[in-house]
Design a binder for this molecule. Structure first.
Ligand code: CP
Ligand code: NVA
Length: 306
């Protein structure tokens, strides 16, 4: 059966753990495995801007011995209205996997439905599972474990990162706390699914409105932009409700000793996070960014059973 990664709970806890083990192996010996040699090709399509995702997939696929095809989907026929289903059928005849950054989650579901090769979500409005695999790899290399740790995310609780941390974190056995302003809380269905997954793994899901209470004793503190791609002109006033959630030295002081800070980047310095924290000793963001490369190589090798 063809496997896809459209959202984080598409991987079982054991599968997630296997991908993370492989990611560590890829990191230890970046050029030792070339399972896509042959070569196998991977189409990486973008409907939205990207730096990390684009470059890490291109480099990673090359390092695996495969051929990366990086496509600005807005300049393809998809951008002129060719259906997703027809695109999926055609791409499946050319490539061994499809990686896509797009908007609505329903779009990537449609791509997967029409595809006979694995489809990977490289960020949608709903989820960012590749990022969270890298986040989990980073947490595990810092703490030597995942299950039992507490991760607090502060910011837009309804965005892709919050949803993926809920599902991916619960899958890993983390307790995931979400601190979001009123009107920006996570999708109820995602919370339900994360709780269900957490009940299998010993993890937990908590929605905590007060930022100080949310960060109290946390091992990992995570934030993200207050304005995700596509929300720039939605007319919502974010500055006032989000300002108390800024990850700064004062807030971070409430976290557990040895706590780390993650941010998927790009960061909006002085908004969701201060320079002092982003560039400070608790920041693991540069390792986190690097781990995109290793985690995605592992994911592709695993999905392609290569
Ligand atoms: N974190 C992340 O996905 O970065 P890009 O938008 O640069 O790909
Ligand atoms: N939530 C952000 C993540 C960027 C990597 C966005 O969707 O723009």
């Amino acid at each position: 059966m063809v496997r896809h990664l459209l959202r984080d709970d598409d991987l079982t806890p054991d599968e997630q753990s296997a991908v993370l083990d492989l990611a560590d192996a890829m990191k230890a010996e970046p050029f030792a495995r070339r399972p896509l040699e042959g070569p196998r090709s991977v189409a990486v399509l973008f409907d939205k801007a990207s730096t990390r995702t684009r470059i890490s997939f291109e480099v990673g696929i090359s390092q695996l011995g495969g051929t990366p095809l990086i496509v600005d989907a807005r300049a393809s026929q998809l951008g002129r209205g060719e259906t997703i289903a027809d695109t999926a059928r055609v791409l499946s005849r050319y490539v061994d996997a499809i990686v896509w950054r797009t908007g609505a989650q329903s779009r990537i579901q449609e791509m997967a439905s029409g595809s006979s090769v694995p489809v990977v979500n490289a960020l949608t409005d709903g989820f960012h599972p590749c990022q969270v695999l890298a986040d989990l790899q980073t947490i595990r290399e810092r703490f030597g474990k995942l299950a039992g740790l507490t991760l607090t995310y502060l910011g837009d609780g309804a965005n892709n990162m919050a949803h993926s941390l809920l599902l991916g974190g619960a899958t890993a056995g983390l307790t995931v706390r979400i601190c979001a302003p009123e009107g920006f809380t996570p999708d109820q269905d995602v919370v339900r699914d994360a709780k269900s997954r957490a009940s299998d793994t010993g993890g937990g899901v908590e929605l905590i409105a007060d930022p100080h209470a949310a960060v109290e004793g946390a091992d990992v503190v995570v934030t993200d932009t207050w304005v995700s791609m596509g929300q720039e002109d939605d007319g919502l006033d974010r500055a006032a409700p989000f300002r108390p959630l800024q990850v700064n030295a004062g807030l971070l002081a409430r976290a557990a000793e040895g706590a780390i800070v993650l941010h998927c980047l790009p960061a909006h310095r002085g908004h969701e996070i201060t320079d002092e924290v982003l560039d400070g000793p608790a920041s693991a963001v540069w390792d986190e960014a690097e781990n995109r490369l290793h985690a995605q190589k592992a994911l592709l090798a695993w999905l392609l059973r290569a």
